[in-house]
Write a protein that binds this ligand. Structure first.
Ligand code: PGA
Length: 257
């Protein structure tokens, strides 16, 4: 297996006030301070980013945004740009999450523009793809993912994407308590790595970190992460409680015990 450093990311979605976010971030830092074998990221709501950045300062927990707009500035009421997020302390931005695709009109073309803007603004995109339950049942999983990846990364060359993180999140497993089995997840991750190799070259595909997301919890993370092409987790519900999320971050200890 290539030497890919595990990446454990928490997506807080639309949860927590500003003081609650700061409190959670502080607690998390105290719980995972000693972890040196994984990259850790949390993505609070936009309004909590700057104060959470302060709480994370000097720690091993990085900050991410849940979305961004592709223009740098201008008359776009309600939107936030990549340079603004970077100035608030973000290093990462989640892009193309299925909830944005489902509720906010996110298309592959918009995802493509956001990935470009994130990279131009100095942020690492965490690019989410995933099939719905009906698409899986109709055996369209691979074709759906092929389209999402191909259109999302249209126009990019490998050199531009060296920092990219890909996240496979089957829509039917998000917030449902239904996790993909480790074999199901591995099958898709292997497919995605092969697809990236075909499109952008073997080197990029080998170093690319592909996260799994969808009902990841302390009691299933070790088994999932044992799969050769799973390089980390994007965690929703179970990232909201620092005690629970820190257990996920420390999954290697479970594997060795
Ligand atoms: P979940 O969400 O862990 O609550 O299933 C995952 C996600 O949407 O990133």
């Amino acid at each position: 297996m290539a030497d890919r450093r595990p990446f454990i990311a928490g997506n807080w979605k639309m949860h927590k006030t500003v003081p609650e976010s700061v409190e959670t971030a502080r607690k998390l830092v105290s719980l995972v301070g000693g972890v040196s074998d994984a990259d850790i990221m949390i993505a609070p709501t936009h309004v909590a980013l700057a104060p959470v950045a302060e709480a994370l300062a000097g720690s091993n927990v990085a900050l991410g945004a849940q979305n961004l707009f592709w223009e740098r500035e201008g008359a776009y009421t309600g939107e936030v740009s990549a340079p603004m997020l970077a100035s608030a302390g973000c290093r990462y931005a989640i892009i193309g999450h299925s909830e944005r695709r489902q509720y906010f009109g996110e298309t592959d073309e918009k995802v493509n523009r956001r990935i470009r803007a994130a990279l131009d603004g100095g942020l690492t995109p965490v690019f989410c793809v995933g099939e719905s339950e009906s698409e899986r049942e109709a055996e369209k999983t691979f074709s759906v993912l092929d389209k999402q990846v191909s259109d999302g990364l249209k126009g990019f060359v490998a050199d531009e994407l060296s920092s990219l993180v890909l996240a496979y999140e089957p829509v039917w497993a998000i917030g449902t308590g239904k996790t993909a089995s480790s074999a199901q997840a591995q099958e898709v991750h292997q497919f995605l790595r092969g697809l990236m190799a075909k499109k952008l070259g073997k080197d990029l595909a080998q170093s690319l970190r592909i996260l799994y997301g969808g009902s990841v919890k302390p009691d299933n993370v070790a088994e999932l992460m044992a799969m050769p092409d799973l390089d980390g987790a994007l965690v929703g519900g179970a990232s909201l409680k620092p005690e629970v999320f820190s257990e996920i971050v420390k999954f290697k200890r479970k594997q060795s015990s």
